[in-house]
Design a protein around this ligand. Structure first.
Ligand code: G
Ligand code: G
Ligand code: MN
Ligand code: NA
Length: 254
């Protein structure tokens, strides 16, 4: 595949694959609870590519491992930078479900944390169940080792998988992210509103942060605050921004 060959060289070219960074905001205090790293490929011929344009291809190729390490490396470099400015906020990286089948992932993560001198608690790995989780034994082992390292785990797109609830019984996580489809529909759909409410309650009972995604309006923010949702992320607060703007944005927050 042409795209895979191009990716192979892009991973060696400085600043062709970059991260857009988006803070999540504590609804009670206005402080940042985390910063999500969203990958962007500034392709010399195809233009600006979003994950939807190339992540599937990466996942099906042998470059998934190098790509995942590249993204974690960049994310930790940013976290180290704002850490030096005294901002003690974690960075979140999206993992392809298939990465959890890579037994080398935990040692790679450990090495990158050490290289950037970032404490493990300041890395959050966002996981989903978008593929059929075929080899549960390997996945449980990888997740267990990541937890032992001290990195945080987050269930992304919560509520959209087949077995998100079962998943919570198999692995201890720190956070769930309410999928933005529920946030968007919350005002008009009693079903969506009930799902958001129930997820917030579940988080409270299990002692997990609940982060609502795709918050675009004052009304959504007010309702999520009323429900007791921990944090929110979306265009209402910040658009994903280039790495060189994030430290100033974080310093502007309480
Ligand atoms: O940034 P955007 O809204 O286009 O992201 C779309 C999707 O791509 C999201 O579901 C997000 O989880 C995923 N995504 C963003 N960055 C990465 C990444 O670095 N790796 C993987 N595997 N998925 C990512
Ligand atoms: O699946 P995941 O949650 O990782 O996807 C995050 C994606 O959502 C990113 O691609 C980001 O660009 C996008 N995003 C962030 N904030 C908003 C928002 O307020 N509205 C919409 N529609 N998309 C958003
Ligand atoms: Mn995510
Ligand atoms: Na999501």
């Amino acid at each position: 595949l042409a795209l895979v060959a191009e990716l192979r060289s892009a991973l060696d070219v400085h600043d062709q694959i970059v991260l857009a960074l988006q803070p999540a905001i504590d609804l009670a205090t206005g402080a940042a609870t985390g910063v999500e790293a969203l990958v962007r490929w500034r392709h010399p011929r195809r233009g600006k590519l979003n994950p939807i344009d190339f992540v599937r291809t990466v996942e099906a190729s042998e470059l998934l491992g190098p790509f995942t390490r590249y993204v974690i490396d960049k994310a930790l470099a940013s976290a180290a930078e704002w850490g030096l400015e005294g901002v003690d906020v974690p960075v979140s990286v999206n993992l392809s479900a298939r990465s959890l089948l890579d037994p080398k992932l935990p040692s790679d993560v450990a090495e990158l944390l050490k290289r950037h001198q970032v404490p493990p608690r300041r890395l959050v790995l966002e996981i989903t169940e978008t593929v059929v989780m075929s080899d549960l034994r390997v996945i449980d082992e990888v997740l267990g080792e990541l937890r032992e390292l001290g990195v945080q785990l987050s269930v992304d797109d919560f509520g959209t998988g087949y077995s998100s609830l079962t998943f919570l019984t198999r692995i201890a996580v720190d956070e769930v992210k309410v999928d933005r489809s529920f946030v968007r529909a919350m005002a008009d759909s009693p079903e969506a509103a009930a799902i958001v409410r129930t997820t917030v309650d579940l988080g409270r009972q299990l002692g997990l942060r609940v982060v609502a995604e795709g918050v675009e309006t004052h009304e959504q923010r007010r309702e999520l605050t009323r429900l007791g949702c921990t944090a929110a992320q979306g265009f209402h607060f910040f658009r994903p921004m280039p790495a060189d703007e994030i430290t100033a944005a974080l310093r502007s927050l309480p």
